[in-house]
Design a protein around this ligand. Structure first.
Ligand code: FES
Length: 258
């Protein structure tokens, strides 16, 4: 059992009244899930399995419901991460405003990629979807605090300040050492048939309009050439759906005595 796990019961006891205060603010207990997870994350540096279990017990919900919620948001870290969690937005507005260059600079300066942590455990890096600050693109979050109008020129200064402990955002608690990566091993998933090549950015005719078809050209080809497979699927669905509508109307007509 790790030191953090040994200390968890004492932490839970210490946070008990704060948890009760948060829960009392909501009509339904389960609504307190996100604030509770943020509270534990602030103390442990991530949302630990013990914190999720504690939340499930306090809120009378299942551990699976807690885990499903925690794993949905990039604002919650369900694994140990660096003292500085750097999350760069790669949404549309930020991409148009130079996110590609910002992301390339971070990767180069840190020597790590998406969903990875530096060996000294200081930085974790992740590229995330729209952070809802599109008017200040390109933007990012450092330990959930916003940094706006980020450019490659600003990055060295930011990282230097974090290393020196003088950055405006404090480092997070780190109660467990992070792993080097938390990325899904995509090659293994593709080899095992759990993921298509298309999901790795490889263009495929059956991946029209999705990842691997960023310009939509595969989708356009399908439409222009009236690809048989593509349209057969669509037509079959349309026929089945329209039959269902006719049957429902007829049944209701019969019930009404028409
Ligand atoms: S696209 Fe980056 S904040 Fe919306």
């Amino acid at each position: 059992m790790s030191e953090r796990e040994k200390n968890f019961p004492a932490l839970r006891e210490r946070l008990r009244s704060e948890c009760e205060r948060i829960i009392a603010q909501y009509e339904q207990k389960r609504s307190a899930l996100l604030p509770l997870m943020h509270l534990f994350q602030a103390h442990e540096g991530f949302v630990s399995p013990q914190a999720m279990q504690a939340a499930a017990e306090m809120l009378d919900i299942t551990p699976a419901e807690v885990e499903g919620t925690v794993s949905f948001y990039t604002l919650l870290y369900p694994r140990p991460v660096g003292k500085y969690m750097l999350q760069v937005c790669r949404g549309l507005a930020c991409s148009i405003n130079g996110a590609e260059d910002v992301m390339a600079s971070f990767r180069e300066r840190l020597g790590i990629g998406h969903m990875q942590t530096t060996d000294d455990g200081l930085f974790s890096y992740e590229e995330v979807e729209c952070l809802a600050a599109c008017d200040r693109a390109t933007c990012m979050q450092v330990n959930l605090e916003f940094a706006y109008d980020v450019t490659p020129q600003k990055i060295d200064g930011m990282l230097d300040a974090m290393r020196a402990g003088s950055y405006a955002v404090a480092p997070m608690a780190q109660t467990e050492s992070p792993e080097r990566t938390w990325a899904i091993p995509q090659d293994a998933q593709v080899a095992g048939g759990k993921k298509s090549q298309g999901a790795r950015g490889v263009p495929r005719p059956d991946n029209a309009g999705g990842v691997g078809d960023p310009s939509g050209v595969i989708m356009l080809d399908n439409i222009v050439s009236r690809d048989v497979k593509f349209f057969t699927g669509t037509n079959e669905r349309a026929i089945v759906d329209s039959r269902a509508v006719v049957e429902t109307v007829e049944e209701e007509g019969a019930r009404a005595g028409h």
